[in-house]
Design a binder for this molecule. Structure first.
Ligand code: ADP
Ligand code: MG
Length: 344
């Protein structure tokens, strides 16, 4: 995972390390008035409103370095925060990165992490404007804060869904969870028999979904272009059921979702079959897909279906009807929040 050369962090010191990690840092946004190098960054949103979100990633809890390349980890740490901004219909503009590192990591390893961080920054045109660097006794800790902007009062919350609204989802679901199951399986095989090479070439898609999620800035742009204003929106980090229940609770509504409408990629379905799992269950309860879940008024139906990356999966009902999964076979089931739980 690490390149040949190993430079000890101690040889640079904290300030030398920060300088090293940010030596090529450039800013793209006019609003980034002051970036890395002072006590704080200064950002101007030129009259727009500021949207801010933060996430903490702990080794052994949120990621496993046995199968997560550091470059992917850096990219993902940024991507998941940008996804939260997308879920508000905000445009990402800046991030800060804080890391806790032990001497287990070399400067070269941190370079890989930052390569992924900068790759995500370039791709999504956000500026890295600061952070913090500290020693950690054991695991790697990464905290990302992402900042974005919206036109005044144009942010979308979880609380505006109304009866008869249509429930939409971007992309496809369950892939990241299945990718995780495949990697966990290969890790177990490798631990029992280190000679065996992992056989994952047929599962590039679900593994990619886990290791390299992309925030759906394209969906936000599409909705803006089409002048579709969702009544509520959330990103799918813990599984479709859990996110739907958040919208229902916050909006004071119920919902019906059709199991045969839930978008599942063929390679995710193949992985589920191989692992003896239900692909629908993985879509409902598996986390980390980072797709957008949102509700729209029925008047926007014709516009929304012109985008092949968006699927209408159900509709909003009165609160008394609760949240239901309508199966193709006939019976309905209450949706339950079996979302991924960091404390399990
Ligand atoms: P302070 O003592 O005020 O916390 P630091 O020495 O921690 O200052 O940080 C100096 C500058 O480097 C600040 O602009 C800070 O935001 C930035 N910085 C610190 N650590 C990181 C990091 N890991 N990645 C990016 N920028 C960092
Ligand atoms: Mg500091």
């Amino acid at each position: 995972m690490e390149s040949q050369q190993r430079t000890e962090i101690a040889s640079l010191g904290e300030f030398g390390l920060i300088d090293h990690l940010t030596r090529n840092n450039e800013t793209l946004n006019a609003g980034t008035l002051l970036s890395v190098g002072d006590d704080a960054a200064v950002i101007d949103h030129f009259g727009k409103q500021t949207v801010i979100t933060t996430d903490l990633l702990l080794e052994g809890i949120h990621f496993d370095l046995a199968y997560t390349p550091l470059k992917h980890l850096g990219y993902k740490a940024v991507a998941v925060n940008l996804s939260d901004l997308c879920a508000m219909m905000a445009t990402p503009t800046q991030i800060t990165i804080s890391i806790g590192i032990s001497n287990r990591f070399s400067v070269e390893a941190l370079d890989e992490l930052y390569e992924g961080i900068y790759a995500a920054c370039h791709r999504y045109e956000v500026d890295l404007v600061g952070g913090d660097t500290s020693t950690s006794l054991k695991g790697l800790v990464i905290s990302v804060t992402a900042i974005g902007e919206v036109l005044t009062d144009q942010f979308i919350t979880r609380s505006g869904a109304k009866e008869h609204d249509l429930i939409c989802v971007s992309g496809d679901l369950g892939g990241a969870f299945l990718g995780l199951q495949l990697l966990e399986r290969e890790k177990r095989i490798f631990e029992e028999n280190p000679g065996v090479q992992p056989e994952l070439s047929q599962h590039v898609y679900p593994i990619g979904r886990l290791l390299k999620p992309e925030p759906r800035t394209d969906i936000v742009a599409f909705l803006q272009e089409q002048k579709i204003v969702p009544s509520s929106m959330i990103d799918i980090s813990d599984g479709l059921s859990s996110e739907l229940l958040h919208i229902c609770k916050k909006s004071g509504v119920g919902c019906v979702v059709y199991d045969d409408k839930i978008p599942i990629h063929p390679e995710s379905k193949a992985a589920a079959d191989e692992l003896n799992l239900s692909a629908i269950t993985c879509a409902l309860s598996g986390g980390e897909d980072y797709e957008l879940l949102f509700t729209i008024g029925q008047a926007d139906y014709e516009k929304v279906i012109t985008n092949p990356a968006i699927t209408v999966i159900g509709y909003i009902t009165p609160a008394e009807q609760r949240a239901l999964l309508q199966t193709k076979a006939g019976p309905t089931h209450p949706l339950t929040a079996q979302g991924w739980n960091a404390f399990q």
